[in-house]
Design a binder for this molecule. Structure first.
Ligand code: HEM
Length: 222
């Protein structure tokens, strides 16, 4: 439950799209690994065998593509473009995660690391969608070209899978206080000040900040 004074970081639509993207992505990881490795074929036994596993994988792919399109539209403005010099400064300091930094470059709604993750999801996600669809429906394309889709699909998987664990860590124990942003949308002011200081200042200056328990904000209903 949110407490008085907490700040609204995400709206319901943003959270639904995030979990559609995350859920479909994780199910694709599991079903994909189940098809790829003989030792993991048993995953199919929960889905009516290997044919069922393939159906679940292919149709989850459609949900992933739809979520990716929605996520790209939704986050592009805040996470798809780097702002200089702050983002470059943040990258040079590795966001203060790896060594001591006196003053970490200020981030807006998303920091440079999150932007890199977002752009990787967009790029590799699109690659997974296109290569997956061509493998599913080769549409009479030359066999030599269709064959390339397999290693490219595997390459996209390796990149996404690696980034996923970094994101999972940073979204939970690595940056305490982040997870509520994607659960109920309410975060503490202290967290917002550390993680997204520029965004906090801009929202306050524009009078758009939703604060839990404050009058004249319809935020409580979300
Ligand atoms: C269960 C696993 C996951 C958890 C716990 C999680 C958690 C979070 C949290 C807490 C945020 C907000 C961070 C902030 O506002 O500072 C976030 C944002 C985001 N998540 Fe996830 N997430 C998960 C899985 C995924 C997956 C699988 C994807 C993509 C395939 C994904 C894509 C994103 C993107 C693009 C953002 C916004 C930009 C960014 O933070 O990089 N998430 N996630």
């Amino acid at each position: 439950m949110p407490e008085k004074g907490m700040i609204k970081a995400t709206d319901l639509f943003e959270r639904v799209v995030h979990w559609m993207l995350a859920g479909s992505c994780i199910l694709l990881f599991i079903t994909g690994l189940g098809m790829m490795f003989r030792e993991l074929n048993f995953i199919g036994s929960f889905m009516g065998g290997l044919v069922g596993l393939k159906y679940v994988h292919n149709f989850t792919g459609i949900i992933f593509i739809v979520s990716l399109i929605l996520a790209t539209r939704m986050w592009w403005r805040e996470a798809g473009r780097f702002e200089f010099p702050d983002d470059l400064e943040w990258i040079k300091q590795a966001g203060g995660y790896l060594w001591h930094v006196d003053h970490v470059a200020e981030a807006g709604k998303y920091n440079a690391g999150q932007k890199m993750f977002f752009l990787t999801v967009v790029g590799c996600g699109a690659l997974m969608g296109v290569t997956g669809l061509i493998m599913w429906f080769p549409m009479g394309l030359p066999m030599g070209l269709v064959r390339w889709m397999y290693p490219l699909h595997a390459f996209g998987f390796v990149v996404l899978f690696a980034f996923f664990f970094v994101h999972l860590y940073l979204g939970t124990i690595g940056s305490p206080g982040s997870l509520p942003a994607m659960l109920n949308g309410w975060v503490t002011r202290a967290w917002a000040k550390t993680q997204h200081p520029k965004w906090l200042k801009e929202m306050e200056a524009a009078g758009k900040l939703e604060v839990y328990g404050e009058e004249n904000k319809e935020a409580v209903s979300h």
